[in-house]
Each structure stands twice: as C-alpha cells, then as structure tokens.
Design a binder for this molecule. Structure first.
Ligand SMILES: Nc1ncnc2c1ncn2[C@@H]1O[C@H](COP(=O)(O)OP(=O)(O)OP(=O)(O)O)[C@@H](O)[C@H]1O
Ligand SMILES: [Mg+2]
Length: 345
C-alpha cells in the first residue's frame, strides 16, 4: 500500500502519515513515473540530537514522494531499522536522517550491506563531511580557505587555543549539526560555558577563528550549485533558535553578490563538496569577507528539507519546486544502483 507506514504494526517509534494517504486517495499522485523507483523507504528520525528536525524533513519528503506517485513508506530509523528494511523488501532508501547515525556513513554502510541503493553521499563522503576537523584538513591540503582551528580535549586546552587563535572564537562539537553545542567565545570568561555546552554533545571539540564576513550557504544538486542564499540574523551567529524557532532570521536569495563573484563562490563550494567525497546532493556553509575571499565552514550531506529549509529555498530560485527537488534527490539512488550492479558484475 503506497504512502503508509512500513508494515502497519503498532511499533511505538513508527510514524503514521495518514494525510498523505488521503492525498493518494484523492488521486493527486497518478504519475506513472513514480513506479520506476519501486518501493522506497524514507528513513527519518533516528536517535541523533537532530531527531526532531529529521522527522520534519522526512515527513515533507514522504509527502512529496506520495504526491508524485512513488510507493514511499515512512520509517523511523531506530535500533530496529535493519529489521524494518529487511521486512519491507525495499528497492531503495531516501535518507532523511540528520546527524550521527544517519549522515555520517553508518546507515549508508548498513544499506550497502543490505544492497539497498540510497540517496546522496556514500560511506566515505558522509563520514568525512560529518567530521569538521577532517573536512578542514582536506580543504587546507587542497588550498581551499577555511578558518584556523585547534582540536581540544579539555577546558584547559580550550584556554590555550584561545591564546593561540585569539578572541573571539567559535567553539563547536566536531560531529554535530543544527548548531547544537556551538557557541561564541567573546571573552575568556565565556570559555567554561562554551566547553560545557560543546562537551555535552561530542567527545571531539574544536576551537575555530571567528569569521567576520557575511554568511552564505550553497545548495548542491548533482554537480550543479544552486543560487547562494545570504543568511542574516540578529543573534551572535546562526544558532539553533535562529534556524528553527525565531522569525528574525533573514534569508536573501538572490544573495546580492554580482554574478561573477557569486559564480566564483559557487565554484569554491563545489570544490569543497567534491574534496570530501560528498555526492548527489548537499549544502556547503561558508563566509565571504570584505575582500571577497571565501572561507569554508562545513559540508552537510543530508541538509534539512522542511518547509523553511535552505536547499528547497535555493531550488525555488533555480525554478525547481519542492516535489521535483525531492524526485531529483531520489534519482541519485538510481545512479548508485548502476554502480552497485557494476561492482557485482
Ligand atoms: N568560525 C566561525 N565564525 C563565525 N561564525 C561561525 C563560525 N563557524 C560557525 N559559525 C556560525 O555557527 C553556525 C553553525 O556552524 P556550523 O555550520 O559549523 O555547525 P552545524 O551545527 O554543523 O550546522 P548545520 O545546521 O548547518 O549542520 C554557522 O551557520 C555560523 O553562523
Ligand atoms: Mg552549518
């Protein structure tokens, strides 16, 4: 039965998406092209710090797939995800999981083992992009600009890093998303709470030179970089509340850079994406300073796909509406099937 839960069981973690079923019944989904994808599991939720956002992403993706006639099922990717995938006999998976376990190569490896093609980056690209320190090391080796940073493993080391890099500083967990655990250290007295906040989320913590320019994000679809979005917030930085809770954040697209400059930044974003082995789709966060230099912050391999997310916003500017964007992302799993078949031929 298209558009419903995986097996109709009453498992507590599983998500029911009855409104999309109603849409199916209303005949809103008669696109025969949907059948070429077979039975699709939309993996969402999971147990990372970004679970709530992932559920939003997953529901939006699932609804879009159903509207386009795809036989899509919403799966909450908890401990029994492998069992659910095996029982459901799925042809492919749309990964709508953010953060650890879903965006870091772990679920990608499980899907490879089960020979289920999936959307987006593979194991290596996912794992590298999730690790901010290793991403930055690769960029430095390739001559791409990224702010100076020091990995720290204690509050004392954070003090030493502050002396070396200078203030202000950005302190963040190495493997986290949605700005969870991130804070600005403007004065030495902020160090203790910055350490405490970050260490609640991760064993790996980094201190990074504070960037002053303007913040942009570059959405990537295949090898196409969509129009840049300029982000403006009255907060000290684009923190969790600025991302999801308040309406004072401004998203400016077209971003206001002249075409030549924007193309240069887009080129750097794509280089950064490819450098960490990411593929299919994603988002590169970066700053551009007064001199026009691009500094790379991070790559997201499963960015948000909610109604207020950045990739859908950039796609609209490029003339790609949400449901088409979701199908284009699903198509990245078709490419992967070819690779899988080639590998076993
Ligand atoms: N070096 C820096 N200087 C100034 N601001 C920064 C710096 N690094 C990060 N920020 C701010 O913190 C935000 C979150 O940082 P970052 O993108 O690295 O974390 P994240 O938690 O992985 O985010 P996402 O939700 O995009 O996955 C950025 O969007 C930016 O506003
Ligand atoms: Mg980010």
């Amino acid at each position: 039965m298209p558009g419903g839960i995986a097996d109709g069981s009453s498992h507590s973690g599983r998500i029911t998406v009855s409104s999309e079923r109603e849409e199916m019944k209303n005949g809103n989904t008669s696109n025969p092209a949907g059948h070429r994808y077979g039975k699709v599991a939309v993996l969402m939720g999971g147990s990372s710090a970004e679970r709530v956002i992932s559920l939003e992403t997953g529901r939006a993706v699932h609804a879009a797939l159903c509207r386009r006639g795809v036989d899509a099922y919403a799966l909450d990717a908890r401990e029994d995800v492998i069992e659910q995938l095996l029982q459901g006999k799925f042809d492919r998976a749309f990964i709508a999981l953010h953060g650890r376990g879903g965006e870091d190569g772990v679920i990608q490896g499980a899907l490879e083992t089960l020979a289920i093609p999936y959307t987006g980056s593979g194991v290596l690209g996912s794992a590298l992009a999730m690790d901010k320190v290793r991403s930055k090391t690769i960029w430095q080796q390739q001559g791409l600009m990224t702010p100076v940073f020091i990995e720290v493993s204690s509050e004392q080391e954070l003090h030493r890093a502050a002396e070396q890099i200078g203030l202000p500083l950005m302190v963040k967990p190495i493997h986290e998303g949605s700005s969870c655990g991130a804070s600005k250290v403007a004065e030495l007295s902020d160090i203790q709470s910055a350490w405490h906040t970050a260490s609640q989320y991760d064993d790996g913590i980094m201190a990074e030179q504070w960037l002053t320019g303007r913040e942009y994000t570059a959405a990537i679809l295949g090898q196409e970089v969509l129009p840049l979005i300029l982000l403006e917030t009255p907060h000290a930085f684009y923190d969790y509340r600025a991302k999801y809770e308040v309406d004072s954040t401004r998203y400016i697209c077209p971003c206001g850079l002249d075409t030549e400059r924007e193309d240069e930044v887009r080129t750097v974003a794509l280089q950064a994406f490819n450098a960490v082995g990411a593929s299919g789709w994603g988002r590169v966060d970066l700053f551009v300073d007064e001199a026009g230099e691009t500094s790379l912050i991070e790559v997201n391999t499963v960015p948000g796909m909610t109604g207020h997310s950045l990739v859908p916003m950039a796609a609209i500017q490029a003339g790609i509406e949400f449901d088409t964007l979701v199908l284009r992302i699903l198509e990245t799993s078709l490419e992967q099937r070819i690779e899988m078949e080639a590998a076993t031929a």
